[in-house]
Design a protein around this ligand. Structure first.
Ligand code: PSV
Ligand code: MN
Length: 414
């Protein structure tokens, strides 16, 4: 018996005694799906600089290959988000792109529009004072809706860099109205059965006002648009100290929790690997989700079952595929721990007003060593027990560093 099997047996006996249905927990873990971002595989960095990584993706196909590698190692990263125009296929063939992704064992996930890089967007996109610029931005998002149909995507991911730098620069109320009207136009063109996820960010690139600065604004917009619009939470887009799990709980209860952009941060939106700074915070987010899933309440439960879990990171100094695998594993660990929170016990302690008891139940669940369980899940899924080690032993990193020739190409943050 291997040492991981022994540790798993020990853990499972313990968990079964505590009343957990381990077959169910494993089944749920096997269906976990984390979407990787195409742009993280390219040579992207910060606005101050980019340090080329040997073998970083140069073409869109490279990015798909890298995303497929993350899935091959983990078994739980079956889709990749694309960003338009960074990921316009070299031959312009989106059907070919979808097929190529399929041939590599993954699918295209969210389509992210980009209305922040063209010079025309200096004063904003859909909140810009000039109607012609607003139309250009709307047209781009409509094109993204068409791309969604071609690549079989059900998510349009919307983030706007719109804002102002100086008091008096523009009328803030009018900007809000422009955003509402233009989003209504985009909403009308969403493919059937798809969703638009509205992402907020409390600052940057504008520093006086940001047009969609917080979850409340994104929620209001999504609510006014209708059922096909929800909120996207990028973990890096909050002031320090924000209670993100509370936002998650609120949005779940309102049926408006649509998706995540996972990452971590120390100061601002610095796109570090998710769970690298605050693994407890990541656990608490998963706890809010699992609590809603298991509540059976409407609409929290269905909403929690339909969340798009996406990573939005930009790796500047730590490699590309390796850190992405690590990020996916951090999400897997947090989810496993959240699935093993003794919910009935926690509920009883909460209802009895046992503050310390309830707190300890949750914290103890976050401290549980779930590695033996995850190793067992991986073995049953037929993926490497140690995905990071397997990746570095696979020779992929050496192979792509020989094959791929870095050139500054204007995609991602290059
Ligand atoms: C903006 O900071 C953001 O979080 C949005 O999701 C963008 O689409 C992404 O980063 C890439 O720039
Ligand atoms: Mn984001």
């Amino acid at each position: 018996m291997s040492s991981h099997t022994k540790s798993y047996q020990f853990l499972s006996e313990n968990l079964v005694k505590q009343g957990f249905d381990l077959q169910k927990v494993k089944a749920v873990l096997k269906t976990q799906a984390i979407e990787t971002p195409s742009w993280a595989f390219a040579n992207s960095g910060t606005r101050f600089g980019t340090f080329p990584w040997p073998g970083a993706a140069v073409t869109t196909r490279h990015k798909l290959d890298d995303a497929a590698m993350v899935h091959k190692m983990t078994g739980i990263a079956p889709s990749v988000a694309v960003h338009i125009p960074w990921d316009v296929p070299e031959d312009g063939d989106y059907n070919g792109m979808r097929q190529y992704a399929g041939s590599q064992g993954i699918r295209i996930g969210a389509v992210n529009s980009n209305v922040f890089q063209d010079y025309g967007y200096k004063l904003g996109s859909i909140a810009h004072p000039d109607a012609k610029v607003q139309k250009k931005a709307v047209d781009h998002m409509l094109e993204c809706c068409e791309i969604m149909t071609k690549v079989n995507s059900t998510i349009l991911s919307l983030w706007f860099a719109d804002g102002t730098n100086y008091a008096g620069q523009d009328n803030l109320r009018t900007r809000k109205q422009r955003i509402e009207l233009n989003l209504q136009e985009v909403y009308k063109h969403l493919p059937k059965g798809s969703r638009a996820l509205i992402e907020y960010k409390f600052f940057e690139p504008a520093f006086y006002s940001t047009d969609i600065p917080d979850w409340g604004t994104a929620y209001m917009l999504a609510k006014k648009l209708g059922d096909q619009a929800q909120v996207l939470i990028d973990l890096g887009h909050h002031p320090l100290g924000t209670n993100i799990e509370q936002i998650v709980a609120f949005l779940l209860d309102e049926g408006k929790m649509g998706g995540f952009h996972f990452n971590d941060h120390r100061y601002a939106d610095d796109d570090l690997m998710v769970g690298s700074v605050n693994p407890f915070g990541l656990f608490l987010i998963y706890d809010a989700i699992v609590s809603a899933q298991q509540s059976g309440e409407h609409p929290a439960s269905e909403t929690a079952n339909n969340i798009a879990y996406m990573i939005d990171q930009s790796h500047n100094i730590e490699g590309k595929v390796g850190p992405m695998i690590h990020s996916v594993l951090n999400c897997q660990e947090a989810f496993a721990k959240a699935l093993l929170v003794p919910r009935d016990k926690l509920h009883d302690a909460q209802m009895a007003g046992d503050v310390l008891g309830a707190h300890r139940i949750l914290v103890n669940a976050s401290k549980r060593d779930v590695e033996p369980l995850l190793a067992q899940v991986r073995e049953e899924m037929g993926v490497p027990l140690d995905p990071i080690a397997a990746y570095f032993q696979s020779g992929y990193e050496e192979k792509v560093s020989k094959e791929r020739v870095y050139k500054k190409s204007g995609s991602g943050y290059q």
